[in-house]
Design a protein around this ligand. Sequence first.
Ligand SMILES: [Zn+2]
Length: 293
Amino acid sequence: MAKHERGAVGMRLIHLALLAVLLTAAGSGSRGAVAQEGETAFPPHRVAGNLYYVGSQAQASYLVTTPEGHVLINSCFAETVPLIQASVKKLGFRFADVRVLLTSHAHNDHVAGSALVRRLTGAKVMVMEGDDEIVRTGGKADFQYSSTWEPCPVDRVLRDGDTVKLGGSTLVAHKTPGHTRGCTTWTMEVREGEKRLQAVIIGSPNVNPGYRLVGNTKYPTIAEDFARTFQVLKSLPCDLFLGAHGEYYGLTTKYERLQKEAGNPFIDPKGYWGYVRRKEKAFRGELARQKAE
Ligand SMILES: [Zn+2]
């Protein structure tokens, strides 16, 4: 038991150290460590119905295919875009048919490639209010980080609860702020044979290292926003548990299971609830720690 616990703590420390390295790279404007991560391909696959995974190993990107063209969620780094293109092609779809580009949140690992995707496809770029200025300025309006990337025009600014409709599919934009001001959790109903499955793609519930929850002059409502986000996440019905990074929902393990099992490992409501609860606990703990300082 104790040995097992030490192992788990050790793994967590390694994970945190890795995360710190990645975040330092993202925050300093260096494209080194994070961009390398973004360049590692991951096998594209169908999640369920017309919803596909086309991201890299570290950066999640999703394709919703319709008879009227496709929706892409997350361009990731500019360096990731060729991998996404290759994944879309491998699945038998045309990248040029991407009509709409959506975003989990405006950090470089999700939106730095957006200007490139818009140029390559002519897709309409739609961004939640609060993140729109960050996309438009290529990172200059961020409250925490100084990294910048190619600015991208925003064709439509979304409000909480807005829908994006294309070819019979409807995606709903849930504003889940805190991680960024316009952080967005996307939901959609996916039809899998007779079944109707609720997909939830979490924007990010993470309080990054260095985030000030108390007395943050650049983002005074950050703590209230995070608290609201957890209320929203807890209110969403979820069958298919997905997120802005595969790591949120155990992509690698679930993809391996997908090869071996008859069922769909991405149907994981229990995993979703457990994840949201753990992240809320981490937020409450960090808030209490900062208040006590
Ligand atoms: Zn982020």
